[in-house]
Design a protein around this ligand. Structure first.
Ligand code: GDP
Ligand code: CA
Length: 314
């Protein structure tokens, strides 16, 4: 079993590449749920849905969220009723949220609801929420705290982030399927997702970090920072304002106690030596995933690298 840890866009792209390399029963993706929130009476899970739509081949590649070619008739009607529709949800996307909310209201777990949605979309690999308990990323700024989507969507991730906390994380725990899949992992891949608000919450679930560290599988991370910048989103600005080095080396430092290998971009090849100095192996590769082919190619590179680490360790 290959296990990937993922947030939204960056995570979904590599997960999709891995899905092209592996048989469905050999891939599990553990997804951040600290972006989840409630709006228009519905439970919305942005990262789960991004990974789900990407694996189903129906993601909107332009926006990075939602379903390709979706319409927004329901949202317009909400606006007619006077709703403040700052968070956009397309009609097809609404259907996902309606079914999820109904399943949760009927007492099913988020893990079960996600499995049902994935089955409906014909997705082979298992998609697991990091936990079944609601956890929420809270962004701290000079003007006070903001709920994650307030910061990310409503304020276009413009405010300077002075701190991040994960509300209710202490009540969360990895689900049985998450623990089981980590226990049988042959490799664990930290996707090129935001280390603070995508991978960070997953690792902060009590028991998760330990389950990863105690797994015998080689662990590899792919840097979301290429040539000192994030490819999209606020990861670079967030790292900087939180006092981290904005580079693949900075990412490696954050994961130094977890991974034995780091995949960095060819553009950052000069950082290989300092990253090796942190006590891990480094592979410089083409890490920018522009199309299906480059996703598959990077996934293959990551899997081979992980296997080489296993051989070295064994
Ligand atoms: P979000 O939840 O939608 O914000 O997405 P993630 O946390 O999964 O990913 C955001 C990060 O993915 C950003 O820091 C980007 O730099 C990174 N990213 C996006 N596409 C790529 C890619 O093709 N290659 C690499 N190396 N990083 C990427
Ligand atoms: Ca996200």
């Amino acid at each position: 079993m290959i296990v990937a840890l993922a947030g939204g866009v960056g995570g979904a792209k590599l997960a999709h590449g891995l899905a092209q390399c592996l048989t469905p029963e050999n891939l599990t993706v553990i997804v951040n749920t600290a972006d989840d929130f409630e709006i228009y009476g519905l439970r919305v899970c942005p990262d789960l849905d991004t990974v789900m739509y990407t694996l189903a081949g129906i993601a909107n590649a332009v926006t990075g969220w939602g379903v390709a070619d979706d319409t927004f008739v329901a949202l317009e009607m909400l606006r007619t009723y006077g709703e403040d529709t700052w968070f956009q949800i397309g009609d097809k996307d609404f259907a996902t949220d309606i079914l999820r909310t109904r399943m949760l209201a009927a007492g099913r777990t988020l893990t079960e609801a996600t499995r049902a949605l994935c089955t409906g979309l014909g997705i082979g690999p298992a998609l697991l929420p990091m936990c079944d308990q609601p956890v929420a990323t809270v962004i701290q700024t000079a003007d006070g705290e903001l709920d994650f989507q307030e910061y990310f969507v409503r304020q276009h991730h413009e405010p300077t982030v002075t701190g991040v906390r994960y509300r209710d994380i202490e009540t969360a725990r990895p689900s049985e399927p998450v623990l089981a899949t980590l226990a049988e992992a042959e490799a664990i891949v930290l996707c090129p997702s935001n280390p603070i608000v995508s991978i960070g919450p997953i690792l902060a679930v009590p028991g998760m970090r330990n389950a990863i560290i105690t797994s015998a599988a080689p662990k590899v991370a792919v840097s979301p920072i290429v040539a000192g910048s994030a490819l999209r989103g606020p990861a670079d600005r967030m790292l900087e304002s939180l006092g981290h080095e904005v580079s693949a080396h900075g990412i490696a430092k954050l994961y130094a106690d977890l991974v034995q290998g780091m995949v960095i971009d060819e553009a950052d090849a000069a950082l290989a030596a300092p990253i090796r100095g942190l006590g891990m192996e480094v592979l410089a590769a083409q890490t920018v995933m522009r199309d299906d082919r480059s996703r598959e190619s990077l996934a293959g590179t990551v899997l081979n690298f992980a296997t080489s680490l296993k051989v070295a360790a064994g």
